[in-house]
Design a protein around this ligand. Structure first.
Ligand code: ADP
Ligand code: GLC
Length: 479
């Protein structure tokens, strides 16, 4: 089948978080199953300089706010694959410092994301591609679905198309000014009004033939007030078309055998290079420390938002560091509260805490591959990819039992020697403290450490399985 995927992020071209990883992993999975994905992305700043992309002879004419615009189209493929990626050029909209304009978002995000959606349809017409599935991702490209309904479903290329909305994060919804959206799109106001405004995610949900949350647990959680972010009644109304499919991993990119960012490769049969890698990381990131390298190394790689739950560390990590129970290496950026928290920690405990602020793909791989434990104490977590990556490298996840974390990490049981992670339930400092204590105690028990690592590395979250589940759903929709 032909699957049109439009996303705000796509690895490696434009990445902020997991949306980028899965937006490229899914098409790779679909393509391995014999399907034909086509990807459309805004041509953000820096892509042309960092990747090989070429200008096509296609230009899309599109009317927005009563004005006709021309958008040149560029093309590339996903690295190492034959999957086409088209980039929509609109420098006044996309040639900016960031993808979203954090922290508050660019004022014209409604227009920026609407245009990429509209251009995606127009591009399919230019290329004469009959689209079976339109795959929209989060609020940014949710507008594909009302566009299909309002404008394109009468076109022969889309007459049988089905629209699928994948929800990666229900917290971000795209609240836009209703009148502005109506002026921009020429849709009829009444049916789009939601709580006095326009909610892009809600509009996508209304028009989707199928809604996929990125884990089965999250699909249940968003039905509740605690996690529905104000849209719980909407999810409940459409629960018949809401399912959960756990994200997957492209192990060609994220595995101790093939990872192109690390140099000490290893496998389940021989972890000696994992230790070499750990020692290398310690030498590099704790250069002045004389404290023994054998302490457990705890890793964090994350966007910093309230979602990720790092406030739980406050008071807990200091105590363990003072007792010299572990080393902590942190990579991340985002909310200033968390950035300054980690900066302060590092300046108090430079021998045992290293904090790198910013985005660093290579360091992320090093931390995931070479740490002993990986920490993710999320308040909520739709899926979470880093714990899936960590598992593959035998880096034991310490996670809260929520959303996709609950669906992907199994608590280690000392009796049966089954399980691959350390899990805690309550969002409390006390619960995290106990989880860390359990982790440090397990680390001392060589046999159990071996078992849990072994189990972790055998866990299989390959993208092929996820892609198959998507395709099964698509097939049912098209019948
Ligand atoms: P989320 O999408 O909520 O941020 P995920 O676990 O799904 O969480 O995905 C996060 C992705 O972003 C992973 O690939 C992770 O390695 C990457 N990542 C997060 N922060 C950074 C950073 N500061 N530098 C490099 N990669 C990062
Ligand atoms: C979101 C979620 C994360 C998920 C990712 C990819 O950013 O926060 O849990 O793994 O999308 O689906």
């Amino acid at each position: 089948m032909n699957i049109l995927l439009v996303s705000a992020e796509l690895a490696p071209f434009a990445k902020v978080g997991g949306l980028a990883d899965i937006s490229s992993a899914l098409p790779i999975g679909w393509s391995r199953l014999g399907h034909h994905p086509i990807i459309v992305l805004p041509k953000y700043r820096g892509i042309e300089e960092r990747y090989t992309i070429t200008k096509t002879d296609i230009t899309i004419q599109c009317t927005v706010f009563d004005t006709e615009h021309s958008f040149p189209v560029w093309k590339s493929t996903l690295p190492g694959e034959h999957i086409p990626v088209y980039f929509i050029e609109a420098d006044d909209l996309y040639d900016r410092p960031g993808i979203y304009g954090n922290p508050d978002g660019y004022e014209d995000n409604d227009e920026r994301f609407y245009i990429v959606c509209k251009c995606a349809f127009e591009l399919m017409i230019k290329l004469n591609v009959k689209v079976d599935i339109i795959s929209a991702h989060d609020y940014h490209t949710a507008l594909l679905l009302p566009l299909l309904h309002e404008t394109y479903s009468i076109h022969p290329l889309f007459a049988k198309s089905k629209g699928v909305l994948t929800i990666h994060n229900a917290q971000y919804q795209g609240w836009y000014d209703l009148q502005r959206v109506m002026d921009m799109t020429k849709w009829q106001q009444e049916s789009y009004m939601w709580k006095g405004g326009f909610n892009a995610l809600k509009t996508g949900i209304d028009h989707a033939d199928l809604i996929i949350a990125v884990s089965p647990s999250y699909a249940q959680e968003i039905l509740t007030k605690e996690f529905g972010e104000g849209l719980e009644s909407v999810y409940s109304q459409y629960s018949h078309k809401l399912i959960g499919i756990l994200n997957g991993v492209d192990y060609a990119f994220w595995s101790p055998e093939h990872d192109m960012h690390i140099n000490h490769h290893f496998s389940i049969d021989d972890l000696s290079n994992k230790l070499m890698g750990k020692n290398q990381v310690i030498d590099e990131y704790f250069p002045t420390s004389t404290i023994e390298k054998s302490l457990p190394l705890l890793g964090i790689v994350s966007r910093f938002t309230d979602q990720k739950g790092f406030d739980l560390l406050h008071g807990v990590i200091e105590e363990y560091i003072q007792e010299e129970k572990c080393r902590l290496i942190v990579l991340g950026s985002g909310d200033e509260t968390y950035q300054s928290f980690f900066r302060d920690l590092q300046s108090h405990f430079p021998k045992l805490i290293s904090y790198s602020q910013g985005y660093d793909e290579s360091l992320a791989h090093h931390i995931l591959a070479y740490s002993d434990f990986f920490l993710l104490p999320s308040r909520f977590e739709p899926c979470g990819l880093t714990q899936l990556y960590a598992l593959r490298y035998g880096t034991i996840p310490i996670v809260r039992s929520i959303g996709g974390l609950k669906d992907s990490v199994q608590a280690y049981d000392f009796n049966s020697q089954q399980g691959d992670g350390i899990i805690f339930q309550d969002f409390t400092h006390e619960a995290l403290k106990t989880a860390l204590m359990n982790a440090f105690s397990l680390y001392e028990q060589t046999h159990h450490l071996h078992c849990i690592r072994h189990n972790a590395m055998l866990a299989d979250f390959s993208i092929e399985n996820t892609a198959k589940e998507y395709i099964n759903q698509f097939t049912q929709l098209l019948q």
